[in-house]
Design a protein around this ligand. Sequence first.
Ligand SMILES: Nc1nc2c(ncn2[C@@H]2O[C@H](COP(=O)(O)OP(=O)(O)OP(=O)(O)O)[C@@H](O)[C@H]2O)c(=O)[nH]1
Ligand SMILES: [Mg+2]
Length: 168
Amino acid sequence: MKVKIIVTGPFGAGKTQFIRTISEIDPVLTEQKTKNKEESQKKDFKTVGMDFGKVTIDNDTVLYLFGTPGQDRFSLTWESLIKGVLGIVLLVDSTDINSIVKARSILDFFYSRVKIPYIVAANKQDLLKTWPIEAIKSYLDLDENVKILPRVAKDKESVKRYYLNFLR
Ligand SMILES: Nc1nc2c(ncn2[C@@H]2O[C@H](COP(=O)(O)OP(=O)(O)OP(=O)(O)O)[C@@H](O)[C@H]2O)c(=O)[nH]1
Ligand SMILES: [Mg+2]
């Protein structure tokens, strides 16, 4: 089974990292140098098109991961990735309340177009001063049954466990 998954979330949440960590092929990335001060304070490169990676789970299941850009001025890409998608991973930067608030509107964008399962990854849990999972859940106003899991996108085992969880 080929499973198309969208990895989305706000600017700098760790989407590209999340795909890079787990992909068994060199991921296809579309990164450009950040230009304005606000962006470059956070990081040196940003996604402007999409990321693509692939993970084989077992003989029957291969995940195709499509990472979106975080900034909504690239939302044309968000729109174009929707076709055939089976699940959405919404990443937030657990240290950044703005990231959490913006994530909600991204979720609305996708969920208003396709009613497919999604899970939330509260990323960057290795850093100090993360918001508690319960607070993130409440800021995102998630339904009770939506999974929200702490993650570190740089840690391969952490990311892999995450996807396995998604398939169940
Ligand atoms: N400490 C820590 N840093 C992380 C983690 N995940 C990502 N980062 C860092 O956070 C920054 C942003 O990561 P990206 O993967 O570029 O974020 P993005 O969501 O793809 O960003 P855009 O596509 O531009 O919106 C990078 O400097 C990453 O190295 C994590 O789990 N822990
Ligand atoms: Mg990116």
